[in-house]
Ligand binder design. Structure first.
Ligand code: NAD
Length: 357
């Protein structure tokens, strides 16, 4: 099984190192091949997604991705910025379904800014569409306003759009996921204002006929943002579009104590996938050995489950993470009084120790 290792920028290389150490501890043979991406890709070849990196990603069975981005590239033209690399991979590899489990481990209920009773036992799965919506819709651009009250003033514009087939495709993923959990699916949209969302809702209602065992409900995105902090445990599986999912999943991350705890999988129609933590490259803490590698390690576990057909190894890693938290090892972002603060590398070593003992 060939795995493309794409560490990227900022804390990406630090946390990917720990995930690779964990993979190397398992009794499995993986062929691991690394390539630069993001700012590192730009430095190596003048483009954030170098051709050789894209080829490696296309031919691998799965991709382990750190994070991309650094403020020092902010002045580059948009197509050369590091973030284009992840958008490009999602698009070229047709990774349309992003799965983000949001789990609050019992040991971390005090690390969240919310009251323990609101979040203890929290276990949500956010299914976010990744290939469409306002991030990719055309036309987009900058121009002088061609009409309206501010005629002639510079304006930026983007297009929100979804086709029925795209909504159906992500809908099936969400309904099937809901089937394997508590059969509750919440579809989040803004159907009271947006035509795109009106179509989204109609398609979800239509799809529900194929999944009579799943209870479908709908919520407007503004209310969903409120409910996520008010009563997050009322959600089980959530399905939403690219932009709403981007925002809500970061918000949901904070329910768990730290964005450093949140893994994710981005998969195509054949379950080939890219696995990455939900956070970015965190340039503010890069090189300080304080980044939490657990989201990255848990992303590797998702890779074993969804793309490599090794659910038992995925379970082993997830159990090891639970044991490490029970042993009170904490990186700075999840540190609470009475726990042992460890570095990025020490956290990786603790997971390996829990795996092997
Ligand atoms: P971020 O997720 O990188 O960081 C937000 C905050 O969370 C920071 O305070 C950071 O220190 C902290 N944080 C993130 N991961 C952590 C971890 N593992 N352990 C401990 N603390 C952690 O978001 P940002 O600051 O908005 O963006 C930084 C860069 O990352 C930007 O260039 C952005 O474009 C990029 N980005 C990349 C991706 C990706 O590669 N998929 C996703 C989001 C943002």
């Amino acid at each position: 099984m060939k795995i493309a290792i794409l560490p990227g920028d900022g804390i990406g290389p630090e946390i990917v190192t720990e995930a690779v150490k964990v993979l190397n501890t398992l009794d499995e043979h993986f062929e691991l091949e690394s390539a630069p991406i993001g700012g590192a890709g730009y430095e190596a070849s003048g483009h954030p997604l170098p051709d050789a990196t894209l080829e490696l990603a296309k031919h691998a069975d799965a991709i382990l991705f750190g994070a991309v981005g650094d403020w020092k590239y902010d002045s580059l033209e948009r197509m050369l910025r590091p973030e284009q690399a992840i958008l490009g991979l999602r698009k070229y590899l047709r990774l349309f379904a992003n799965l983000r489990p949001v789990v609050c481990y019992p040991e971390l209920t005090n690390a969240s800014s919310l009251k323990p009773e609101i979040i203890s036992g929290l276990d949500i799965l956010i299914v976010r569409e990744l290939n469409g919506d306002i991030y990719f819709g055309q036309p987009r651009g900058l121009r002088d306003a061609p009409d309206g009250l501010f005629y002639g003033s510079r304006e930026g514009f983007d297009t929100m759009r979804y086709t029925e087939r795209e909504v159906r495709r992500i809908g099936h993923v969400a309904f099937q996921a809901a089937r394997k959990r508590t059969q509750q699916l919440t579809s989040i949209d803004k159907a009271n204002v947006l035509e795109t969302s009106q179509l989204w809702r109609e398609v979800m209602i239509d799809l529900a006929c194929e999944y009579p065992d799943v209870k479908l409900s709908h919520m407007y995105v503004d209310n969903a943002a409120m409910q996520l902090v008010k009563a997050p445990k009322a959600f089980d599986v959530v399905v939403t579009g690219n932009m709403f999912g981007d925002i809500l999943s970061d918000q949901a991350a904070m329910l768990t104590g730290s964005i450093g705890m949140l893994p994710s999988a981005s998969i195509d129609e054949n379950n080939k996938g890219l696995y990455e933590p939900s956070h970015g490259s965190a340039p503010d803490i890069a090189g300080k050995s304080i980044a939490n590698p657990l989201a990255m390690i848990l992303s590797a576990a998702m890779m074993l489950r969804y793309s490599l057909g090794r659910p038992e190894q995925a379970n082993r890693i997830e159990d090891a993470v639970k044991r490490v938290l029970a042993q009170r090892y904490r990186t700075l972002d999840i540190m609470t009084p009475g726990c042992k603060q460890v570095s990025t590398c020490e956290m990786g070593n603790a997971v390996i120790a829990a795996l092997t003992h």
